[in-house]
Design a protein around this ligand. Sequence first.
Ligand code: HEC
Length: 140
Amino acid sequence: MAKYKFKWLGIGALMLFAACHKSSIPTNTLDGIFTTEQAQRGEGLFDQHCARCHSLQEFTGFSFTTNWSGTSPAALYLIIANNMPLDQPGSLGNAQVTALLAHILAENGMPAGDSPLEADLEFLSSITIAAAHSKNPTSL
Ligand code: HEC
């Protein structure tokens, strides 16, 4: 009898581990990978550094899904960090680039979470960008 009890305990522990494990490791941009504050900061940065050449529409909705869905946020991160603003490439700091990325993701309907997005390329390469979605599908 005692043997059986331990067996079930073991299975229970494994299931618990699997459940915790699953919820703690993000797999895509729907898993709350940035904070609301970060996205808000990114909005200001976009107006300041990007809006004179880009409209937000270029990076949201259908264009976003077509260009970025299924790819890794690392690619988008690197374009912004290394190539943008086009006339001052490389001038943004890590915190600014992650905030801009958070803003773009938030504008595409990705939910915010508890921890800020870090400039961690290993992490950014390990997850995928989900398709844009919105409460108002006609705006996509
Ligand atoms: C001086 C004008 C200018 C500014 C400022 C600028 N960009 Fe760009 N950006 C461009 C041009 C032109 C392209 C397309 C040509 C290229 O990729 O080099 C581009 C391309 C991009 C792309 C790639 C688009 C794609 O689908 O491949 C991203 C992402 C981007 N910009 C983000 C930003 C962000 C974020 C900022 C603000 C930090 C910014 N850009 C500021 C001119 C600018």
